[in-house]
Design a protein around this ligand. Structure first.
Ligand code: NAP
Length: 261
């Protein structure tokens, strides 16, 4: 039976690239999660066209009721083995001009959502592990007694050094790294690996709205002299979801063309 991966914000951009790669190259069926139902359905159809199964689930990842419903649907769809928390937004302005509303919105979607989703999914996994332990008649079996599970959280390279105009975004993405390391420590005993990816400057609808002058300035600072593509990020997510990374947890991969060496 195919494994299932949940990918959030998968209606476009990096999330779409991740969903397609996991389906095509790691044999996953995909739960395509997005706040925009139409784009989620369209990506689910693309996945079906390459011979894998997919469902589209409309979900605001910052809303706990939506998240619980989405996680229930995902476990009904199949055996969820991986979660990629990719949905994210920007609401940029300088600290002195930043509204409380924009601070809260970015922190809720980019960070609180990961707490909600990872908690809901891990709770299902732990219940299953407890049944396995009971069947084995052991209180605390070694992690290898349980199925291998993977969480990948999408952070950003700006979490390392800060970025002008992004106090809310940088704080949320730095929080993602802390959350990733903590989940890695808490969930290792259940054979769950939790890692992060820190993209640099990637060509997606999120960056398409930036002025060309700023885009060119960024590209000039990238040693590999180009913007990244969603596939560049999808490649490292694929690695972190594959057996090749089974002994890696609490780690973060920087995929930024050398921008922050
Ligand atoms: P994107 O093109 O804006 O795509 C983000 C997707 O997430 C969209 O489909 C969006 O839906 C969805 N989304 C937004 N809010 C949501 C919510 N509350 N619940 C569920 N889905 C929601 O962004 P991207 O560039 O692919 O970025 C993906 C991730 O990579 C984000 O976490 C971003 O912070 C991170 N990242 C991106 C870059 C970059 O250069 N692009 C760099 C570093 C990190 P709508 O279309 O309806 O808004």
């Amino acid at each position: 039976m195919s494994k299932v991966a949940i990918v959030t914000g998968a209606g476009r951009g990096i999330g779409r690239g991740i969903a397609l790669k996991l389906a095509k190259e790691l044999d996953y069926n995909i739960v395509v999660v997005d706040i925009d139902e139409e784009s989620a359905s369209s990506v689910a159809q693309e996945i079906k066209n390459v011979g894998k199964d997919a469902i589209a689930v409309k979900c605001d990842v910052s809303n706990n009721e939506d998240v619980e419903r989405m996680v229930e649907k995902s476990f009904e769809f199949g055996e969820v083995d991986a979660v990629v928390n990719n949905a994210g937004i920007t609401r940029d302005s300088l600290l002195l001009k930043m509204s409380e509303k924009d601070w809260d919105m970015v922190l809720n979607i980019n960070l609180k959502a990961l707490f909600l989703i990872n908690k809901a999914v891990c709770s299902k996994w732990v219940s299953e592990c407890k049944k396995i332990a009971e069947d084995l008649g052991e209180d605390r079996p070694a992690p290898s007694a349980y199925p291998k599970r993977k969480i990948v959280n999408i952070s950003s390279i700006v979490a390392k050094g800060g970025n002008v105009g992004q106090a809310n975004y940088v704080s949320s993405k730095a929080g993602v790294i802390g959350l990733t390391k903590t989940i890695a420590k808490e969930m290792s005993r259940y054979n769950v690996n939790c890692n992060a990816v820190q993209p640099g400057f990637i060509k997606t609808p999120m960056t398409d709205k930036m002025p060309e002058k700023i885009i060119n300035k960024f590209i000039a600072a990238i040693p590999l002299q180009r913007m990244g593509l969603p596939e560049d990020i999808a490649g490292s997510v694929k690695f972190l979801c594959s057996p090749d990374s089974d002994y890696i947890t609490g780690f973060s991969i920087e995929v930024d063309g050398g921008l922050d060496m």
